[in-house]
Design a protein around this ligand. Structure first.
Ligand SMILES: [Zn+2]
Length: 278
């Protein structure tokens, strides 16, 4: 579930809590399919966390004196938690479902928690990082995702616009919540053929995408009723209060009072207002 705004929240909060701190120990659960072995993970011990970077739903962490990156994907249920360490001697992470615990020299720690284990973590080289990014579309919040680009990728496409927005190989970072909300904001039906959108509609889509992502990052993402996501300090996000259609089927549209409808597109739950969206 963590989409671009939630992953960006983890990134910003990792910077504000962990930047400049030295890793003294890394604890692993051994339960996660990890593309990297523990020895490689151990290569960042005694190094200082110096930078972070995000592309789409991937988060990269850089360490001083190490050319490799620690990479995270949060899958369905992954999250970060930052707090003080309890000085445990255990080699295993403290929290249930925590797969990686970075212990810092000042007795704080960053835990990567993922109950459903669809996420992943590993160490990758700069070359592998570039390869991974080249397989993804431009980040939805970056200037590379713009009208010209969207016009190019929607040209003559018969797939529904919503399916296209969710395709990480074309646009990186959007998931089901934000794709639904962006289409509502733009007044575009989610099942419209991507190639049928006018230039004015494409421009509106890009503009609404940027402003929704920006606001959602300010609100530290969306915490749904399943309470699956919380930020690095355990606080809920607040963008769900501003949702206009996601999960709101059967309720009155905030704009026109028509009932919000739920359907399936590409096997994903899709919410829209049949009056406001054409
Ligand atoms: Zn409406």
């Amino acid at each position: 579930m963590p989409e671009l705004p939630e992953v960006e929240t983890f990134r910003l909060q990792t910077e504000s809590t962990c930047l400049g701190k030295t890793v003294v120990k890394i604890k692993t659960s051994g339960l996660m399919t990890c593309p990297t072995d523990n020895k490689m993970l151990a290569s960042v011990t005694n190094l200082k966390l110096t930078d972070t970077f995000r592309h789409g739903k991937y988060l990269f962490i850089e360490f001083d004196g190490n050319p490799k990156y620690l990479i995270f994907h949060f899958g369905m249920s992954g999250s970060f938690k930052f707090d003080k360490s309890q000085n445990s001697r255990s080699r295993k992470p403290a929290y249930k479902h925590c797969h990686i615990e970075l212990c810092f020299s000042d007795n704080t720690r960053l835990s990567f928690i993922d109950p459903r284990r669809f996420g992943s973590v590993g160490i990758i080289t700069p070359k592998a990082k570039e390869q991974l990014i080249s397989n993804l579309g431009p980040d939805a919040a970056s200037p590379k995702f713009n009208f010209e680009y969207l016009k190019e990728v929607t040209h003559r496409r018969s797939s529904p616009i919503k399916t296209l927005l969710l395709d990480q190989h074309l646009i990186a970072g959007l998931g089901n919540i934000y794709a639904n909300e962006i289409l509502f904001a733009s007044g575009i039906l989610p099942n419209r053929k991507a190639g049928s959108l006018s230039e004015a509609e494409l421009k509106r889509l890009v503009k609404d995408c940027k402003s929704i992502l920006k606001r959602a990052i300010l609100e530290r993402g969306s915490t749904l009723s399943d309470k699956g996501y919380s930020d690095i300090h355990g606080s809920k996000g607040s963008f769900q209060r501003l949702h206009n259609c996601y999960g709101l089927d059967g309720t009155a549209c905030k704009t026109c009072d028509e009932t919000i409808v739920k359907t399936l597109i590409g096997n994903r739950s899709t919410f829209y207002c049949p009056k406001c969206q054409i």
